[in-house]
Design a protein around this ligand. Sequence first.
Ligand code: PGA
Length: 255
Amino acid sequence: MTRTKLIAGNWKMNNTFTSATQLVGDIAAGLPNALNAEVWIAAPYVYINTLAENTSNTPIRIGAQDISTHVSGAYTGEISGEMLHSVGAYFVLVGHSERRNYFGETDEIIATKIDAALNSNLIAVYCCGETLEEREAGNHFDIIKTQLHTGLFNFSELALNNIVIAYEPVWAIGTGLTASPEQAQEIHAFIRTQLLNKFGAATADKMRILYGGSLKPNNAAELLAQPDIDGGLIGGASLVEADFNYIINAASTAI
Ligand code: PGA
């Protein structure tokens, strides 16, 4: 089956309102005419409403970088799925390694967040991946298997229609280090086999698995050509219009 490639930018805590609106406008203007990929941007909460409006006539979809586990109520500072959906968010990142490492998110919390996203008609981008120590100790397959089983595999086959997986080797995020195409493909294939064993061929075949971790113009084509890499979750390079559009182009023309 052909899975449509997906390029998702993750802006993290970057851009002012002015630079955010400018950047999205520039990205939209720079999209190829024959776009053959999906383009998503995970923006800071406070810009979602405007960016979603500004891109409503373009193929770009705007999403959030996090979501509350709670539905509503006395949770000062939290943002619910319903709120996100009501301002035009299309998707939400869940379980990014920065949320896991700096904010103590466990696979259990992350599973609750996926549930919150799905209940609010948002697509959940479930992030998983190993640290450098875990890779050096040769534990990366076990770590990812546990993350998948605890964070994701309690959901139904139907729910998985609204979930995208992002494999992000933590050691490659924001460091300039990248998994080699072979290393990335190896893990992506492993994740797809886990999906196959749990849900069967149809689900394993249609689920998109993105690669994240210093995906840049100079390595995009090679990574995106791997058979089990269905796109990218892109931090640093999504902040630079020329770089992001270059990667979108690479995805759009990848087989
Ligand atoms: P990076 O970030 O592309 O800057 O490594 C990837 C991510 O954290 O999503």
